[in-house]
Design a protein around this ligand. Structure first.
Ligand SMILES: Cc1cc2nc3c(=O)[nH]c(=O)nc-3n(C[C@H](O)[C@H](O)[C@H](O)COP(=O)(O)OP(=O)(O)OC[C@H]3O[C@@H](n4cnc5c(N)ncnc54)[C@H](O)[C@@H]3O)c2cc1C
Length: 453
C-alpha cells in the first residue's frame, strides 16, 4: 500500500491519501484497545481524537516527503541512459500490436504500439528512439529502422512512433523509402511488428534548470514533442522554446497537440516558421521563412534575457541535414559552445555539390593493399575507399549486414572484429562493446580487418 501511495504523482492527492491511510491504521487499533481497557469517558474520547489527528498530520507530511523522486534526478544524462538501458528485462525483439494509426499531416502518420504479451513497458528518456523490424514481402531479409518516440507519459502503456512517408528522390529511378511506405500502406490497426527497447543519447536532461531551445523542421519534430511534454510534466519551471519550421500548415504535424501543451505550461514558448504559408495558415504561424540562427538571435535571445536573465541555453536540433548544418554553423558563429548544441540526424547528409564535383582522393594511399575479410560470408575483398563506409562497401559487394540509421546512432550494424582496427568518420553515438565496431560510419585503419559478417 505504501508503495502505491508513493507512486501517486499529484503531491496534494498523495498527502491526503497518506494522511487518511496512517490515521486509519493507527486510530482503529488504539481506539479498540482504549475501549477495552479504559472507561468510555471524555478523556478517552479526547485521546482518540488527538491520536487520529496526529497520525493524519504525520501521514500527510510523510506523503509529501516520500513521493517517488520523479524522473528528475541529479544524475548525469549519460548515467541515466545507462540506468534505463540496464534496468529493463526486455533486451531483444519484442512483439507489439498497432493499437491505433492516426494521420497527423499530409506526410506523417502516427502508430501507437502496445506489447502483445500484455506486460509493462519501460518509460523512455525524452528524445530516445525505438528500433523496429519489419517483414516486408519481396525484401530478402527483415528491414530494420529507427524511429523517435513522439509522445511522453509518466507510466506509459503504449509507445507512439510518427513516421514520414519517404518518396523517391526527384529525377531518379531510385525506389521510394522501403520501411516508411510499408508502414503507411500495409501496417494497420491490429498489425504486429517487433521492436527493441528505447535507446539513444539525444535526450533532454530533466534535472537541468538551464533554458532549452528545441529546434526542428519536418519530421524532426518527433523527439521534440516528447521533450516538451516531459518538461511540462516533470520540470515545468524550466523555460523551453519550441521552434518548428514547415513549408505550410498542411505539412505541419502536431500543431494542435503542441499548442495544447503550451496552454498548460506558460514556460513553454512556441514559434512556428512557414517558408511558403498558404491563405489557410493565417494566424497559425509566427514567422515567415526558415528557422535559422538569425531568427533565434533576434526573437528567442531577447525574450530569454528578459525571462531568465541570460541567453545561455541548451540547443537541441533535429531535422533535415541541410537545416542542421546551417543551424550548427550559425550557432557556432554566434558564439554558442558546441557542448551546448545537441543534434540528431535521421539520415546521412548527402555530399555538398562542391564536394561532389571534386576529384575523389583516396583517404588511405595504400587502400589497394587493404583486405577486408567478411568471415561469415566467406569473402575477402580489397578495400575500395570510393564506396564509402564499410557497410556501403559490403553492400556494393552483395553482402547485406543488418543496419538501420547509417549515422552511428542506433548500433544495429555493430559487429565483432577479430583482427585489425577501423577508423571512425565521426564519433559513434551508440554504445559500442569492446571487440565490436559500427560499420556504418567506419573504414579500415589497418592492412587487414576480419569482421564477423
Ligand atoms: C535516431 C533516428 C530517429 C528517427 N526518427 C524518425 C521519426 O521519428 N520519423 C521518421 O519518419 N523517420 C525517422 N527516422 C528515419 C527513419 O529511420 C528512416 O531512415 C526513414 O523512415 C526512411 O526509411 P525508409 O526505409 O522508408 O527509406 P529507405 O529505403 O532507407 O530510403 C531512404 C531514402 O533513400 C531513397 N533511396 C532508396 N534507394 C536509393 C538509391 N538507390 N539511390 C538514391 N536514393 C535511394 C529513398 O527513396 C528514400 O528517400 C529516424 C532515424 C534515426 C537515425
Amino acid at each position: 500500500m505504501l508503495e502505491e501511495i508513493r507512486e501517486i504523482s499529484n503531491p496534494l492527492f498523495r498527502a491526503i491519501t497518506s494522511g487518511i491511510f496512517l490515521s486509519t491504521l493507527v486510530t482503529i487499533p488504539i481506539t479498540a484497545s482504549l475501549y477495552l481497557f479504559n472507561p468510555r469517558n471524555e478523556a478517552t474520547h479526547k485521546l482518540i481524537v488527538f491520536v487520529s489527528l496526529a497520525s493524519a498530520a504525520i501521514g500527510t507530511i510523510g506523503g509529501v516527503a516520500t513521493g517517488k523522486s520523479r524522473s528528475i534526478s541529479s544524475k548525469s544524462t549519460a548515467s541515466l541512459v545507462e540506468e534505463v538501458e540496464s534496468s529493463t528485462e526486455w533486451k531483444d525483439w519484442r512483439k507489439f500490436v498497432i493499437a491505433r494509426k492516426v494521420k497527423e499531416s499530409e506526410s506523417i502518420t502516427s502508430f501507437y504500439l502496445k506489447p502483445v504479451d500484455g506486460g509493462n513497458i519501460p518509460n523512455h528518456i525524452p528524445g530516445q528512439f525505438l528500433t523496429i523490424q519489419l517483414d516486408i514481402p519481396d525484401q530478402p531479409k527483415p528491414i530494420i529502422r529507427t524511429y523517435s518516440l513522439s509522445d511522453y507519459l509518466e507510466s506509459p502503456d503504449y509507445y507512439r512512433l510518427s513516421i514520414k512517408r519517404e518518396p523517391a528522390p526527384p529525377d531518379t529511378i531510385a525506389p521510394p523509402g522501403v520501411a516508411s511506405n510499408f508502414m503507411h500502406d500495409s501496417i494497420h490497426e491490429g498489425s504486429i511488428i517487433a521492436a527493441k527497447p528505447p535507446a539513444g543519447k539525444f535526450v533532454l536532461d530533466l534535472s537541468s534548470p538551464q533554458p532549452a531551445v528545441l529546434i526542428s523542421n519536418g519530421v524532426g519534430i518527433t523527439p521534440m514533442i516528447s521533450m516538451a511534454k516531459a518538461a511540462t510534466l516533470l520540470n515545468p519551471q524550466r523555460h523551453i522554446w519550441f521552434l518548428h519550421g514547415a513549408r505550410d500548415g498542411s505539412l505541419h504535424a502536431f500543431r494542435d497537440e503542441v499548442n495544447a501543451i503550451a496552454e498548460h505550461n506558460p514556460n513553454l514558448h512556441i514559434a512556428y516558421s512557414y517558408s511558403r504559408p498558404t491563405a489557410d495558415d493565417e494566424g497559425q504561424y509566427q514567422h515567415k521563412g526558415y528557422v535559422d540562427a538569425n531568427l533565434i538571435k533576434s526573437t528567442v535571445a531577447p525574450e530569454m534575457e528578459k525571462l531568465c536573465g541570460s541567453s545561455v541555453a541548451d540547443y537541441f536540433l533535429c531535422g533535415s541535414p541541410s537545416f542542421m548544418d546551417s543551424l550548427r554553423d550559425g550557432l557556432r558563429e554566434w558564439g554558442v559552445p558546441d557542448k551546448n548544441v545537441l543534434f540528431e540526424s535521421f539520415a546521412k547528409a548527402k555530399p555538398k555539390k562542391s564536394e561532389q564535383s571534386q576529384e575523389i582522393i583516396p583517404r588511405n594511399e595504400n587502400s589497394d593493399a587493404i583486405e577486408v575479410v567478411f568471415s561469415k560470408s566467406g569473402k575477402a575483398i580489397h578495400w575500395n575507399p570510393d564506396q564509402g563506409s564499410i557497410l556501403e562497401f559490403a553492400e556494393a559487394n552483395e553482402i547485406y549486414p543488418d543496419h538501420s540509421c547509417r549515422v552511428g546512432v542506433c548500433g544495429t550494424c555493430a559487429c565483432k572484429i577479430s583482427e585489425g582496427e577501423v577508423e571512425y568518420e565521426e564519433k559513434p553515438t551508440a554504445s559500442v562493446e569492446n571487440g565490436s565496431v559500427l560499420i556504418c560510419i567506419s573504414e579500415p585503419k589497418t592492412a587487414k580487418i576480419i569482421l564477423d559478417i
